[in-house]
Design a protein around this ligand. Structure first.
Ligand code: HEC
Ligand code: HEC
Ligand code: HEC
Ligand code: HEC
Length: 357
């Protein structure tokens, strides 16, 4: 990676004459412009000569910036007056809000998740208290999940926080979700278990790495670390195959954030934390957060989702780094999402707590 980033243009064309040289240069220029236009910019993020740099293509950056604009915010509503729990019949999570605040959130949620479909995407509009649409049941749990992210995962999302929009971006199904991949099982052909390799998948940037690096790390807690503490392989039982799974995840993390490995690592040692940029620690929490969301919120909703929303193996759609980041180093380029919606920042008021009141 370091070598790739530090590539210099060398002219190895024969020195027999000026014409040859010129042709060489022209050809080189043609080849290079064929690669990437306009010429990428690089931004240094560490000591010179250490390869600590980020490479950006201005054209792609512009598209990314456009895709990551935060939505308009409806002005805050009056906190006074009767509470939603007193006025409505079936409010289990948002009962503490005033009716004005509750309505503001309903309209915002509609804009964030189902702007084309409207209230009817989650509601039986003849009876708003009715829970017969699965989308409403999911949305209630999603509200608790959003509160949980903002309140309990500040080591990752900081004060920036998230709203439904961070993942949904105006559509009912977020554009970046994942399902378990249908690997060829062990011994099903002479190749044995391919672990999803050589099936070029955008998940690992079309590389020949395992195409489901999520199940072991963002659902299960398989070991990501593989470097041994000693020069000789004494005691380190991590295999090349395990390294490939780790690298699959790392490629996903890089592409999700639109960064190189050096955003989080000093290539002198991928292992040591002391030399790693602070973003690596944030990423460490991000891995645990994604795992928590998938285990605590997404998987238990499996029975609620209809079959057509599930993956080829019948599992529910799950979140990874791209679900929130969508190509940006911070989702929506760091726009503060939670500050205008304090009701999505406090710990979830669960059904049992409401009942106990
Ligand atoms: C993305 C799903 C979703 C959309 C879209 C949505 N709602 Fe809701 N709505 C919910 C959920 C979830 C609840 C229950 C909240 C709770 O339990 O705290 C709810 C509850 C309500 C209630 C309380 C009903 C009762 O008596 O219990 C009203 C009223 C309401 N919504 C109005 C609206 C209106 C008006 C719109 C359109 C502007 C809308 N909702 C759009 C998910 C949605
Ligand atoms: C961390 C990312 C994330 C956040 C934040 C989030 N969601 Fe979701 N949401 C998902 C994923 C993943 C799915 C599963 C996709 C599917 O429906 O197949 C989903 C599905 C849904 C669905 C079902 C859509 C359908 O047609 O199947 C609704 C409704 C929904 N979310 C509402 C909300 C609301 C309302 C909020 C904010 C209170 C919210 N979500 C916040 C990730 C998120
Ligand atoms: C967004 C931050 C981030 C990016 C980008 C990133 N990594 Fe990592 N990497 C981490 C974190 C965090 C860990 C430790 C994970 C853990 O312990 O749970 C890690 C661990 C590793 C390890 C294992 C180190 C050990 O101790 O054994 C290797 C190897 C690695 N990364 C390689 C790469 C490569 C190659 C790339 C680029 C394709 C890359 N990483 C991009 C954050 C990142
Ligand atoms: C629920 C949404 C969500 C998910 C899922 C998520 N992130 Fe983040 N991430 C955020 C938010 C919000 C911030 C901005 C925090 C801030 O402002 O400091 C952030 C910030 C970061 C940063 C710090 C960037 C910087 O320059 O300071 C890194 C690195 C990062 N995320 C990596 C990851 C990785 C790796 C994953 C997947 C394992 C992941 N994130 C999954 C929401 C998310």
């Amino acid at each position: 990676m370091k070598n790739l980033m530090n590539t210099h243009v060398r002219s190895d064309s024969p020195t027999t004459g000026f014409l040859f040289k010129l042709m060489g240069f022209l050809l080189m220029g043609l080849l290079l412009t064929g690669c990437e236009r306009p010429v990428p910019e690089s931004v240094q993020s560490g000591y010179r000569g250490t390869g600590m740099a980020q490479v950006y293509n201005p054209r792609l950056l512009e598209i990314k910036t456009e895709k990551n604009q935060p939505p308009d915010v409806i002005p805050a509503a009056d906190a006074g007056g009767p509470k939603a729990s007193e006025v409505y019949k079936n409010v289990k999570v948002l009962g503490d809000l005033s009716v004005g605040q509750f309505t503001r959130l309903m309209v915002s949620m509609t804009n964030w998740v189902a702007p084309n479909e409207g209230c009817a995407y989650c509601h039986n509009v003849a009876n708003f208290a009715d829970d017969s649409k699965y989308t409403k049941v999911v949305a209630r749990r999603m509200t608790e999940m959003t509160q949980h992210i903002n309140a309990e995962w500040q080591p990752h999302v900081a004060q920036t926080g998230v709203t439904c929009y961070t993942c949904h971006r105006g559509q009912p199904v977020p554009s970046e979700i994942w399902f378990k991949a249908d690997h060829q099982p062990q011994g099903s052909n002479f190749m044995g278990d391919k672990a999803g390799q050589n099936e070029p998948s955008p998940v690992v940037n079309l590389s020949s790495l395992p195409n489901d690096p999520f199940t072991p790390f963002l659902l299960e807690s398989k070991n990501i670390r593989l470097a041994g503490p000693t020069a000789l392989p004494s005691g380190n039982r991590q295999s090349i195959k395990q390294a490939e799974w780790t690298h699959g995840l790392m490629v996903h993390m890089s592409t999700s954030l639109g960064v190189n490995c050096t955003y989080c690592h000093n290539t002198q040692s991928f292992q040591t934390w002391e030399n790693s940029p602070p973003q690596r620690v944030t990423a460490w929490h991000g891995i645990r957060m994604a795992r928590d969301l998938n285990l605590t919120y997404m998987e238990p909703l499996t029975e609620v989702f209809p079959a057509h929303r599930k993956g080829p193996l019948g599992d529910v759609a799950k979140a990874n780094c791209a679900t929130c980041h969508q190509g940006a180093y911070k989702p929506l380029n760091g726009a503060p999402m939670a500050k205008d919606f304090p009701e999505l920042l406090k710990p979830a008021l669960t059904a049992s707590k409401v009942a106990a009141k």
